[in-house]
Design a binder for this molecule. Structure first.
Ligand code: ADP
Length: 632
């Protein structure tokens, strides 16, 4: 839609049409306009997608997952030898008692030693398995965080705006925390409990299938109990949250507005209100406690029904001589051994569900389509990537807040070695375009392309008005741009920007601690450091948006020299805060209200009588520079 950008000059704004990606995503709305509703929460993944994502996250650690699963199965299986060994002791004792009437302790030596071995092996295998599971969990968590944070950072600002920043924040904090919590404690415990339950049932069946049947008598009661609990707990807990919120709100209102409350003699009324809210919250909490007690009571009924069934089955089977007393004992012990894991599983199911919900919300964000955002394509000397198109923006529009676009359909491409100055009145959108071109800010519409070379040089580096001198030594500050740079390289970079003399004059030279709380550098020196970092980073494209004007005119001239030296031989976009910066550039691009209105060399635009001529006249006071516009 270049009809919206009136480019007066014939100079092509987009000299290399072949760098244009073959398909450009069709904007869903006209650039800069948004018809989206006020809040439009970020999406949540479906259950199926969440499961698929969980598997994807596990895939890189597949072998660790399989190994830790096997170790835990082995640990649980070994542990299940305990009950038959105890049963064996019972049999030995009863047999001995039947025969001689006395029991020689030596008979029991073997099973007791075996019991000890089983306990040791089980303990060792369990702790090994759990530590493997913990490692697995941490690795998955790190992957979730990485993906989520990367995606969240690249979300178009208007998307976050529509969803409300709170939605994203809640996902970054609450959901990630709930997942971490679950992955660290609930999920491993749940896996272990489930494993114990399944293997114990198998072991019961191995003793005698009728034991399993008797044990399963407990299942209907447990299933009904779980349903009974969930039906009551979900609405009760949500009422509890509402009531607690209302109570806190009332407290805030009453305490926060204490003076007003007193002034209007409303103390009694407010005290009453606080008491009402508190009574309600306390009442609901007590109902919660009763509910949990009812839950466990019912669960125990189920357990005892099952235990009675197993003991009864044992009695019948022993009478029929189908099993020994020891085997019946082992069956009863097995069943008793199920209580703990079943209770744990039922409780942990809750945590697992909330973790799944959290994951679904995170996957919803990571799955957002990547269209309409900065796309950095690696162009490594292929045919359609001419060497002179280092960085370009196509049909870029940008809004910080929905409905107020600050850039409209801007096209701009920089050729190798070209210095382009961006000019325009304050608020025209220069800094925004600079940040977008540097890849620091993703545009709400359109594409940004930056050539990416195999030699590892960064595509673009932005030197902005926000100056940072990081606390640390001067050398550390510089090495942020190039870790591992030698002292010689640091000195050379400082020399390039005329900063070596003052840097070496510092008490400890390059090892002087600078930055906040230490020796603070003035704005001009901080600016020179930023330029030296640019030299060290050696990007293909430098984007300069610096307020050198603030440094005073003598300082400004000095800084301009530093900047020129830093940019020498480099492709650069310079936000020209002073038009002398424009006069020395190869090309000037004029922005007005977020649109490119002129583009061409300084001399030509100065004489063209357009927007630039007006700006130039106003800035330099050269009336004759803008004959068509007599003002200035
Ligand atoms: P310039 O560099 O030409 O002065 P900017 O790109 O800084 O222009 O700003 C263009 C418009 O965008 C201005 O109206 C400004 O208020 C607005 N703007 C800039 N940065 C932000 C931001 N972070 N959030 C919201 N609005 C912004």
């Amino acid at each position: 839609m270049s009809a919206t950008s009136r480019v007066q000059d014939t100079e092509p704004v987009e000299p290399t049409g072949s760098t244009e990606p073959t398909e450009r995503p069709a904007p869903r709305e006209s650039p800069g306009l948004s018809t989206a509703p006020a809040t439009d929460l970020l999406p949540t993944a479906t259950g199926r997608r969440t499961r698929a994502a969980a598997l994807e996250l596990l895939r890189p650690d597949r072998s660790l997952a399989v190994r830790s699963g096997l170790v835990l199965v082995a640990a649980t299986a070994v542990g299940l030898l305990t009950q038959p060994l105890l049963g064996r002791i019972v049999d030995l004792v009863t047999d001995a008692a039947k025969g001689t009437g006395t029991v020689s302790p030596s008979v029991l030596t073997l099973p007791v030693v075996l019991l000890a071995v089983v306990a040791l092996v089980q303990g060792a295998a369990t702790s090994l398995g759990m530590s493997m599971v913990a490692k697995l969990g941490e690795s998955v968590l790190a992957r979730v965080r990485e993906r989520f944070v990367e995606r969240a950072l690249n979300l178009p600002a208007d998307r976050i705006e529509r969803a409300g920043a709170g939605d994203l924040t809640a996902r970054v904090t609450d959901d990630v925390a709930r997942m971490s919590e679950a992955v660290r404690s609930a999920l491993p415990e749940l896996a272990r409990s489930s494993l114990t339950i399944v293997l114990t049932l198998v072991a019961l069946a191995v003793l005698d299938w009728r034991f399993l049947l008797a044990a399963l008598l407990a299942v209907p009661v447990q299933a009904w109990t779980a349903q009974w609990y969930v039906r009551r707990a979900v609405p009760l807990y949500s009422r509890q949250r509402v009531a607690t919120g209302a109570q806190q709100q009332q407290l805030l209102e009453t305490i926060g507005g204490a003076d007003t409350v007193r002034a209007h003699l409303l103390e009694d009324e407010h005290t009453e209100r606080v008491a009402d809210r508190s009574r309600e919250a306390v009442g609901l909490r007590l109902r919660g406690v009763r509910l949990v007690l009812g839950f466990y009571g019912r669960l125990h009924i189920g357990e005892y029904i099952g235990l009675v069934g197993v003991l009864f089955a044992g009695l019948v089977l022993v009478r029929e001589d189908a099993v020994s007393v020891g085997t019946a004992t082992a069956a009863a012990l097995y069943f008793h051994n199920l209580f703990g894991p079943i209770n744990a599983a039922l409780v942990l199911l809750d945590d697992a569900q909330s973790a799944t919900a959290g994951l679904a919300r995170l996957v919803g964000v990571t799955d957002l389509p990547v269209e309409r955002e900065t796309e950095r394509k690696a162009v490594r000397g292929t045919a359609e990537a001419p060497d002179d198109a280092f960085v370009s923006v196509h049909a870029v529009s940008h809004s910080y807040t929905t409905g107020t676009p600050v850039l409209h359909d801007v096209d701009l491409a920089l050729r190798e070695g070209e210095h382009v100055a961006l000019v325009g009145t304050s608020g025209a959108g220069k800094s925004t375009l600079a940040r977008i071109l540097a890849g620091v800010q993703p545009p709400t519409h359109g594409r940004v392309r930056a050539a990416d070379r195999a030699d590892g040089r960064p595509a673009a580096v932005l030197v902005s008005q926000e100056l940072h001198v990081f606390a640390g030594t001067l050398a550390d500050d510089l090495r942020l741009a190039k870790p591992g740079a030698t002292d010689e390289e640091l000195r050379a970079a400082l020399a390039t920007v005329d900063a070596l003399a003052w840097a070496e004059a510092l008490p400890d030279g390059l090892e002087t601690v600078v930055g906040e709380g230490a020796r603070s550098l003035d704005a001009a020196k901080a600016q020179q450091l930023a330029l030296a970092r640019l030299v060290l980073a050696d990007p293909l494209v430098a984007v300069l948006d610096e307020a050198t004007a603030e440094a005073g005119s003598a300082g400004a001239r000095l800084l301009e020299r530093s900047a020129r030296a830093a940019l020498d031989g480099r492709t650069a976009l310079i936000v020209a805060h002073r038009l002398t910066q424009a006069a020395t550039a190869d090309r000037v691009v004029v922005l007005e209200h977020g649109r490119v209105v002129e583009s061409g060399p300084h001399e030509r635009l100065k004489d063209a009588g357009g927007a630039y001529a007006t700006l130039w006249a106003a800035w330099s006071g050269e009336r004759d520079a803008a004959p068509a516009h007599d003002g200035g």
